[in-house]
Ligand binder design. Structure first.
Ligand code: ATP
Length: 582
């Protein structure tokens, strides 16, 4: 892998409007780096004059040198502020592009491993990639200043110059090798620290389960093991990075010794004036000084480039294709025709699935775990596109609807409702930001959220905590139903809560669901028996297709898959009721 900055490769990521300012900035940085080298070069006659006690000559060199140093200081300040502006403009542009991109991606993509990494990408990678502006500038200085100094050294004494040029590659190789040792040791320690952090979070989150099952000691053992591994890795990091650091130091010392030896040799043979020799050795040291920075910077650039690559990868993800001339929804019915779909290319989750949901009716979707019930709801909302067949909403293939129009017609109530850390009212308004105060309160009342507000200390102004943690599962689902009512979408996709609710919550959720279902097209992944029996039709999903469909009594009378499922559920319910009453 090359360690040089590869600005042209990242060209795609760098905004076109900033290219000219960036080019000018890098050009100015090169000029600054050369001038720094010139200042060092001019230092030789000054030092030589001082050592020869020729004060007048020294003063002649001192004035322009001080002037150049002051100008250099201002130039450095100006360049640093330019870098800050360019980097933050680039960062802003990246945020906008990543944000715009996220809006075009299929919702299903966010559930993929890469989709789940979006928060890290937004918080870390964007800043690291935009920070390359600073790295490029520092790298230019780290390369161009020593190169300019080398020219002065050769011009002043070609033998000293040659000695410096021969030792530079040796020093660089030693530094690079040393850096590799250090990086490897650090990477192992980072991995072990991340693992220990994960185990600690897991141990804390699993407390209820561990205590309930008496497994606290087992859980603790896994944590202890991870902490010990982290401790061992930290020790190995210290021991493992030492040779790297010494190797780097050794490289620089070697180069310095070679330069000094050459100088002493030339001076003792009267080939070089001693005062000039000392000045040239000092110049040689200033040539070697930036080398270790160069190695560190190329490592930093490698990391920043990896961040830039991850952003490029995200920007290259195929967007959800939008129709050129979107059609309009004619009614609120849904039908799925001969649908085939799988998350992975070679594994079908749904095969030949056909299902019709008439407008304004409620369909309960039942079937074994993993049968594809959630997948059906995702395909209706076009989280993914089908492999074969079609999904129509309002008589129109979802691929011919604009995604904003499709989603405007659908309200979701998921099982794992995510609430924002705001007030109850904020969370309900989230369904429809334009809703009036009365509309929000009305939705809340119909979803039985008013009783939740009444029990909270600050009423409607109470905050619900991050993710809604201050509310119970049933209360969270009531807020989600209020949100859907507030949105007032004609189609509702609902995943009923499986967690057992207390009697009060169960009744409230039920009433809220009844409100939500009235006059809407509802597809509910049903877990409760009375939700199933009240549905206009029940679709039984098995093996990736709908195997039976019809109203409860018809399906029971058929004595097929549904009848067997119903008997099983009734027995389980009977068992639970018996267990409760005993
Ligand atoms: N994002 C995903 N990526 C890969 N596979 C997935 C994804 N989501 C679901 N699956 C797989 O697809 C199959 C159907 O899952 P789905 O969640 O639709 O079933 P389900 O009937 O809703 O199950 P449950 O009742 O347990 O929630 C399962 O084998 C599941 O592992």
């Amino acid at each position: 892998m090359t360690s040089s900055p590869d600005f042209p490769d990242s060209g795609d990521l760098f905004p076109v409007v900033l290219r000219r300012p960036l080019f000018l900035y890098l050009f100015a940085s090169t000029g600054y780096a050369v001038s720094e080298g010139v200042v060092f070069g001019a230092f030789v006659p000054l030092l030589a004059a001082l050592l020869e006690e020729r004060q007048e000559k020294a003063a002649r060199w001192l004035i322009p040198l001080v002037g150049a140093a002051v100008v250099g200081w201002f130039a450095h300040y100006y360049l640093a502020s330019r870098a800050l502006t360019l980097s933050s403009d680039w960062r802003r542009d990246l945020y906008t592009r990543v944000g715009d991109k996220l809006l075009t991606l299929p919702l299903g993509w966010f559930e993929s491993p890469r989709g789940r990494q979006v928060p890290q990408l937004v918080t870390g990678d964007v800043t690291r990639a935009a920070g390359r502006v600073f790295i490029w500038q520092e790298l230019i200085v780290a390369v161009v200043t020593p190169a300019t100094i080398a020219v002065f050294l050769i011009a002043a004494d070609w033998r000293m110059g040659l000695a410096a040029l021969v030792v530079v590659p040796v020093a660089l190789a030693a530094l690079a090798l040393g850096n590799r040792f250090t990086t490897r040791a650090e990477a192992a320690e980072h991995a072990a620290t991340a693992e220990a952090g994960d185990r600690l979070v897991e141990f804390a989150s699993a407390q209820a389960t561990l205590r309930a099952t008496g497994q606290t000691a087992t859980g603790r053992a896994a944590l202890d093991e991870a902490l010990q591994a982290q401790h061992r890795a930290a020790r190995r990091e210290v021991v493992g990075s030492l040779p790297g650091q010494y190797l780097g130091e050794f490289g620089i010392q070697l180069a310095f010794t070679a330069l000094l030896l050459t100088g002493v040799l030339l001076a003792t043979r009267d080939d070089l004036d001693p005062a000039r020799m000392i000045a040239l050795v000092v110049l040689g040291i200033s040539l070697l000084r930036p080398l270790s920075a160069m190695i560190g910077l190329s490592g930093a650039d490698r990391e920043a480039k990896a961040s830039a690559d991850r952003i490029i990868e995200l920007l290259a993800v195929a967007p959800l294709p939008e129709p050129v001339s979107p059609r309009a929804i004619a009614h609120f019915g849904i039908d799925m025709e001969k649908v085939r779909f799988g998350y992975q290319e070679d594994t079908d989750v749904l095969r030949d699935l056909t299902l019709t949901i008439p407008p304004g009716s409620t369909t309960a979707l039942v079937g074994p775990s993993g049968a594809g019930k959630t997948t059906v709801t995702r395909l209706i909302a076009r989280f993914h596109d089908v492999t074969e067949g079609r999904v129509r909403v309002g008589g129109v293939d979802v691929r011919d609807l604009s995604s904003s129009d499709l989603l405007a017609h659908i309200a979701f109530v998921f099982q794992d409702v995510y609430l924002l850390d705001g007030t109850l009212e904020d969370n309900i308004r989230f369904g429809n930001p334009d809703a009036t105060h009365d509309q929000v309160r009305d939705a809340a009342r119909r979803a039985r959220v008013d009783t939740v507000a009444a029990r909270l200390p600050d009423g409607w102004e109470s905050r619900v905590g991050e993710g809604g943690k201050l509310l119970s599962g049933g209360e969270r689902q009531r807020v989600a139903i209020a949100r859907a009512l507030c949105k007032d979408a004609p189609i509702v996709l609902l995943d009923e809560a499986t967690a057992s609710l207390d009697t009060e919550n169960e009744a409230a959720v039920h009433e809220a669901l009844a409100e939500l279902s009235a006059d809407r097209t509802v597809l509910v992944i049903a877990h409760r028996l009375d939700t199933i029996t009240r549905a206009d039709q029940i679709a039984v999903l098995d093996g990736g297709r709908v195997v039976e469909v019809g109203p409860h009594h018809d399906l029971l009378a058929r004595g097929g898959r549904y009848a067997a499922f119903w008997r099983e559920r009734e027995n389980a319910q009977g068992w639970r009721l018996a267990a409760k009453s005993s």
